[in-house]
Design a protein around this ligand. Structure first.
Ligand SMILES: NC(=O)c1ccc[n+]([C@@H]2O[C@H](COP(=O)([O-])OP(=O)(O)OC[C@H]3O[C@@H](n4cnc5c(N)ncnc54)[C@H](O)[C@@H]3O)[C@@H](O)[C@H]2O)c1
Length: 342
């Protein structure tokens, strides 16, 4: 397949590109290499992909640049677009609300316009477990109410789902939204807990555990996510004239549009997660227990049974194993100077 990945130098984008290239697909990437976190990590990810799968066209391009985006679509004519580019993270959106919305809404709108102008077989885009917000019904089902986001980032991801729906309906554009649940693994984002915690443990600094470590998170190992995504490529949603308009299921539609959760489907308390990291790193953590942060969802746990029914695949990698692979990468990439054992 001829596939375009936005955010291809990002954590999930690089892993996805590698897998698709290895599977023999024709992959084109775009990324603006922004400095939300160290762009060197993005360049290193791309080098890692290319070392294993050979060079592939990766354009340094911002989704805000509609002319360049149009030229790219005219040239590539992708059958499938995997849209991963975004300003990720609730904290960022708290401090940079306009940048978050400009990017996550404006960028997505530009992309939808391209998919309208150059019709494609399937648009797959990243949403987030954060859309569940104040809804505390666990496990989170894609058909649950998601009208109470706790951060602007979450609101932007929910808005993406709704924008995709209108385009699917109006322009017959098959679109699948995937709500990712805390994705982790080698080459992970430095603003997320695996890297932040491992760095603090290795440097002998206190790590911050919000909500006094009582949070539960559903962690998704990157390879499990990529496997599900790959299996969805050739399964675009179809129009469903029998869709029940009187009792509408929020995860499906009469339009060719669907929402799925992608998660490990098992919640882990952050305290236990830190204990696993301590064991793997062979160091004790100094923990600073802090109250709940504004904008943070309390607990997450995915019900991904709908996705499993379609892909025939469920999560395979247990947290301890996935964190082990993460720690191996972390130690070789960052080579952290270890303080003396206490
Ligand atoms: N990692 C997770 O746990 C997680 C959880 C839920 C949702 N998501 C979503 O999954 C997607 C990928 O996340 P990630 O963890 O790989 O993040 P990431 O920040 O590593 O990757 C995103 C990439 O997009 C690029 N980008 C951002 N804005 C762009 C723009 N306007 N034009 C071109 N490129 C742009 C960035 O440079 C970055 O390389 C995001 O949409 C994120 O919101 C991630």
């Amino acid at each position: 397949m001829n596939i375009l990945i936005t955010g291809a130098a990002g954590f999930i984008g690089a892993h996805t590109a590698l897998r698709l290239l290895k599977d023999g697909h024709q992959v084109t990437g775009l990324d603006n290499f922004n400095d939300y976190y160290d762009p060197q990590l993005k360049h290193d990810r791309v080098r890692w992909v290319e070392q294993q799968a050979g060079r592939f066209p990766l354009y340094r391009l911002d989704l805000g640049d509609t002319e360049a985006l149009d030229r790219l679509f005219a040239q590539v004519r992708p059958q499938v677009v995997i849209h991963l580019a975004a300003h990720a993270g609730g904290r960022y959106s708290l401090e940079n609300p306009r940048a978050c919305l400009d990017n996550n809404l404006g960028g997505f709108l530009n992309l939808l316009e391209m998919c309208r102008r150059y019709p494609l077989e399937h648009l797959i885009y990243a949403s987030s477990s954060s859309v569940y917000g104040a809804n505390y019904h666990l496990p989170n089902k894609a058909s649950d109410t998601v009208d109470h986001p706790l951060s602007l980032y979450a609101a932007s991801k929910r808005a993406n789902e709704l924008m995709a729906h209108s385009y699917s309906h109006l322009f017959d554009m098959p679109a699948t939204g995937l709500r990712f649940f805390t994705v982790y693994g080698p080459w992970g984002r430095p603003d997320m807990s695996p890297v932040l915690f491992a760095q603090a443990i290795c440097e002998g600094r206190p790590l911050k555990l919000f909500n006094y470590g009582m949070h539960q998170r559903d962690f998704t190992y990157i390879d499990d996510l990529v496997e599900s995504l790959v299996r969805l490529l050739g399964k675009p949603p179809a129009r469903n004239p029998l869709w029940n308009r009187e009792q509408p299921d929020p995860a499906t539609s009469m339009a060719p549009w669907r929402l799925f959760n992608i998660g490990g489907q098992r919640s882990v308390q952050l305290k236990d997660y830190v204990a696993t990291l301590e064991q793997l790193l062979g160091r004790k953590a100094q923990v600073e227990y802090l109250p709940l942060q504004p904008g943070t969802v309390l607990d997450t746990c995915a019900d991904a049974s709908a996705l499993e029914n379609v892909t025939g695949f469920g999560p395979q990698v247990p947290l301890a194993e996935g964190l082990g692979r993460f720690v191996d990468w972390f130690q070789s990439y960052y080579r952290p100077p270890l303080p003396p054992r206490s």
